[in-house]
Design a protein around this ligand. Sequence first.
Ligand SMILES: NC(=O)C1=CN([C@@H]2O[C@H](COP(=O)(O)OP(=O)(O)OC[C@H]3O[C@@H](n4cnc5c(N)ncnc54)[C@H](O)[C@@H]3O)[C@@H](O)[C@H]2O)C=CC1
Ligand SMILES: O=C(O)C(=O)Cc1ccc(O)cc1
Length: 383
Amino acid sequence: MNTVKIVGTGLLGTSIGLRLRTRGVRVLLADASPTMAALARDMGAGEPDDGSACDLIVVAVPPDVAGQVIAAELRRDPGATVTDVASIKGLLLQQVRGLATKAELDRYIGSHPMAGREKSGAVAARHDLFIGRPWVVCSDEDTPPGRLRQVLALIETMGATPVHLEPDFHDAAVARVSHAPQVIASLMAAQLVDAPPEGVGLAGQGLRDVTRIAASEPGLWARILSGNAAEVRRVLLGVRDGLDRVIDALDTGEGAGADAGAGVDAGAGSRTLKPGAVAELAGVIAAGNEGYDRIPGKHGQAQRRFEPVTVLVDDSPGSLGRLFAAIGEIGVNIEDVRIEHAAGQPLGIVEVFVEPRVAHELAEALRRRGWRVPVERLTEENT
Ligand SMILES: NC(=O)C1=CN([C@@H]2O[C@H](COP(=O)(O)OP(=O)(O)OC[C@H]3O[C@@H](n4cnc5c(N)ncnc54)[C@H](O)[C@@H]3O)[C@@H](O)[C@H]2O)C=CC1
Ligand SMILES: O=C(O)C(=O)Cc1ccc(O)cc1
């Protein structure tokens, strides 16, 4: 890879440019907005496009305009391989097929890095955005091997792992793992709009986990959802079935949306659920446990459940460093960390995630060293 052009210098394009520059690749930057291209240049992602011929062109524009931009780049630079990073693949390939010649199509390979942020634009770009993440490649049997090698070289330079998928399989998969979750996060967060501030103030890590991506850019996501409408709709219909079952199970015959006379004993003040309702609720949570366990964990391995050991630390400089050093001396590997601040107190609540078999031992060792470790939850594995 000698010269790579990036068209669309927002979050994705600028992140790719930054990483390519660390490897000494010449990067040309183009954007419909000259200001955005100048910003990416100022951040060190490359130099302004001077029209030179390129080995590889990466189209990183919003999905609804990606088809036209890909076709225009294929035509303009007859030697270049063209790839894109759009979040949808089936509809886009269909559009490019309608706009490009057969010879041009041989130079196009769609791709999609499964990494991003809830912020848009060059200012949010990071050179390490793609490290360790899957990067979908939609080549087919007609793709010339030399062209495929160029796209694979880009992915390798980004530190990502190539995953070869058909466009339709990709779209069905991302509807489930990315697009529908975005809708659910947004709908849940929207429930907070009218909530009283004292109530929202009780929010903890659970709500943050479920709603982090609700901060995403509305314009981009409206385009992504429209471009994968059928598959996203299919997943959401499944979610709606589940929601209907939960809503029905929670029906006590009183309050908002209750079915008249649904409760077994719908007398005044009754909160009785229908027979079978509790099992239905437990079943929903259990199915969630099962699905959650299928999410790949650290380094792409099967998800492993780590045990949290909770430690209360002073909200003061150096506290975290001392805690981590102590855990290192005890000889336990920290798998993950989560930090919350205790409401109204100068106290940090640190959850250190470790292998379940060492959790109890770590808690004891920390207590012996004077750390404040509340009594841990007893599980089969740590007793
Ligand atoms: N944001 C994310 O987390 C992820 C986004 N993607 C995909 O990457 C692509 C880019 O997304 P972001 O970088 O987040 O968007 P962004 O909004 O940060 O950047 C898009 C850039 O494209 C430029 N642009 C728009 N129309 C153009 C045109 N016709 N010609 C040239 N430039 C044009 C805009 O001026 C903007 O600078 C999208 O297709 C998106 O689906 C893929 C993975 C993750
Ligand atoms: O932030 C996250 O967890 C994401 O999943 C980001 C993301 C957003 C859009 C994509 O097409 C791919 C990845």
